[in-house]
Design a binder for this molecule. Sequence first.
Ligand code: SAH
Length: 252
Amino acid sequence: MVHFVGAGPGAEDLITVRGQRFLQEADVIIYAGSLVNPGLLKNAKEGCQIYDSAYMTLDEVLKVIYEAEEKGLMTVRLHTGDPSIYGAIKEQMDELDKKEIEYDVCPGVSSMSGVASALKVEYTLPDVSQTIIITRAEGRTEVPEKESLKSMACHKATMLLFLSSSLADKVKADLIEGGFEPETPVAVVYKATWPDQKILRTTLTELPEAMAKEGITKTAMIVVGHVLDSDYKLSKLYDPTFSTEFRKGSEE
Ligand code: SAH
């Protein structure tokens, strides 16, 4: 059996209870060493075989899993944040399907939630933005043309840019060209929830210089949008005149 497990954004205690239990029971752990906190491996039982996938190809990862399966061992494949976001898990699951190896997926706290908690921000403020665009700038990995940063910018929704910290010039140029004002507020969170977390607040136009000054080139999220600074409307949920399934409002 193979469990794909979300390790959470960084802090050791932000893994789920289920994920932690799988780690404690695993015979083999393959973890994404570039982003997963190695402190989580303290949960491993004695004798557990531990591999860092940062140094491995897909075939090498699969080989470790197949060997474990032959011996009837349980493998945890530990991915950063939540495995469903830029996790490269499908290519692994498809190969396991071919070999009829059983697996499941244990969700994790994505870095997008870790970043929100670091910033104490609500990404969806009434009247400001009710939409979150999760995307990345095109670098070595291609992004479909229909999802170019420039075209996404026209919505002026809250934008969360993963995997883009080395592409700040492009982020600035494309988002401004796409319709965001140069003064739009931006927050960059480096290693959210880790002990060396850093928060940078700036504007789109000053983003590249601000990031260069702080030396942030990886493991950071770029958050763009007016949820970072705006006036907003109170939510309907706690409005005394608004009825919900649980509470009758005064004006109905
Ligand atoms: N599956 C992961 C994302 C993997 S892609 C998740 O759900 O979070 C890796 C990218 O995630 C990084 O380039 C960075 O943009 C973001 N990231 C991961 N951990 C982060 C953290 N602790 N703080 C800020 N950004 C983080």
